[in-house]
Design a protein around this ligand. Structure first.
Ligand SMILES: Cc1cc2nc3c(=O)[nH]c(=O)nc-3n(C[C@H](O)[C@H](O)[C@H](O)COP(=O)(O)O)c2cc1C
Length: 389
């Protein structure tokens, strides 16, 4: 008799759609718009989700399967499930104390949480609450001195994986953010203050945890900057532009696992391999940069990850994953590991401190059910269940 695992979570929220609906009623509109928005007309944002629908999986009912093990090995560590939490800037503005809640939940579940350079908790604090398990995503600083100092801090806390973001040579043009005043420099206008007042839980928790700030960057900022000065500081401090030479310099300094995030083409994937990166995240920044681009799952399919590159580099994906079925689909077309951004923030918006734990458990339960249905024992068997068309 094979062993069956039962996952327990709040049954009022069995799906991402349920969490999203509740979160929308608890997060102020300007922050929810910031979370949800995509570039321009938001076409690529929509494709990120809908292109998953075209990937079909087949069962094999008479196959005798043993126990299910959804754990995977990545960069010398074993994670309990093949997904992690994407970096999100200004996370604590969307839900107070978000980085700490998510980093703790991820550490408890043994999955990776990734802290953004422009998130609202510091490298040191997140290392502490995650028992040193959290990954870090670097926005490339304009000055090498700042880059070196951030890398030194990561080394000091023994950060296990460095993710370098490559897909922001310009800030995405997002109409929702421009309208709500969340572009750089950010504005707190009367409308935003009103939106916060009608979301009392968010307001009280924000008072408890303090006004969110770019905690990792604090040592490099002058004290007491107003919003306008803060915007100027951010524009001055980060170019966003990363190229071959800049990654090469990082590879020379950073000896641990190095991942490039935002890869969508064969040329960039080959460059990543040449540069000695250990992994890439196929990603279009959650549809927030190029509206005319393809969905990230399409990019992954085009890269033919199952075949050509399998032995050379870890190929991971994010963008539009909304269920255990989507996780299975991503593996079927060659993903080694997956990340999600918005779903975890919906979880926090809906369930506060319990949101991280709930959302992780929910995805584990969903993935487990898909594996049972397809009679799979481990994640690497998904490609065998892809319906080729
Ligand atoms: C509100 C928001 C802020 C983000 N900030 C960052 C960031 O600071 N650094 C980064 O590498 N990616 C950032 N991303 C992109 C995510 O890491 C991830 O690629 C994307 O959310 C995945 O798509 P999904 O939300 O559909 O899962 C952000 C995404 C959102 C929605």
């Amino acid at each position: 008799m094979s062993k069956k695992i039962t996952y327990t979570y709040n049954s009022r929220y069995p799906s991402v759609a349920d969490l999203r609906k509740k979160a929308k009623s608890r997060i102020p509109k300007f922050a929810f718009d910031y979370l949800e928005g995509g570039a321009n007309e938001e076409l690529n944002l929509a494709r990120n989700e809908s292109d998953f629908d075209d990937i079909y999986l087949k069962p094999q009912y008479l196959h005798v399967a043993g126990d299910i093990d959804m754990s995977v090995e990545l960069f010398g560590r074993r994670y309990s499930a093949p997904f992690g939490i994407s970096p999100i800037g200004l996370q604590g503005l969307i839900w107070p104390n978000a980085p700490e809640i998510l980093a703790k939940a991820a550490a408890k579940h043994d999955i990776p949480y990734t802290l953004s350079t422009v998130s609202t908790s510091s490298i040191e604090r997140i290392a502490e609450v995650s028992d040193g398990k959290a990954w870090f995503q670097l926005y490339h600083p304009t000055e090498n001195q700042l880059r070196d100092d951030i890398l030194r801090r990561l080394k000091d806390v023994e950060c296990p994986v460095l993710v370098v973001l490559v897909d922001v040579p310009s800030f995405g043009l997002r109409y929702r953010e421009i309208k709500s005043g969340l572009s750089m420099p950010p504005k707190m206008n009367i409308s935003n203050i009103f939106q916060a007042m009608i979301r009392p839980t968010w307001g009280i928790k924000t008072l408890q945890h303090g006004i969110p700030s770019f905690a990792t960057l604090k040592p490099y900022m002058e004290k007491g900057l107003d919003l306008n000065q803060l915007g100027k500081f951010m524009n001055r401090t980060f170019t966003g532009k990363v190229n071959y030479e800049k990654v090469k310099a990082i590879r020379d300094i950073w000896k641990g696992p190095l991942v490039l995030k935002g890869i969508t083409t064969e040329q960039d994937l080959q460059a990543a391999i040449e540069l000695g990166a250990d992994g890439v995240i196929v990603s279009n920044h959650g549809g927030r940069q190029i509206d005319a681009g393809e969905s990230s799952i399409r990019s992954l399919i085009q890269l033919n990850a199952n075949h050509v590159y399998k032995e050379k580099i870890k190929i991971m994906v994010d963008g539009g994953i909304r269920s255990g079925v989507d996780l299975g689909r991503a593996h079927a077309v060659g993903s080694d590991f997956n990340f999600m951004g918005r779903p975890f923030m919906y979880g926090l918006g809906a369930l506060g401190d319990q949101g991280g734990d709930h959302t992780i458990t929910m995805f584990k339960a969903q993935l487990y059910q898909v594996m049972q249905q397809l009679t799979l024992e481990n994640i690497s068997q998904f490609p065998g269940r892809l319906i080729q068309r």
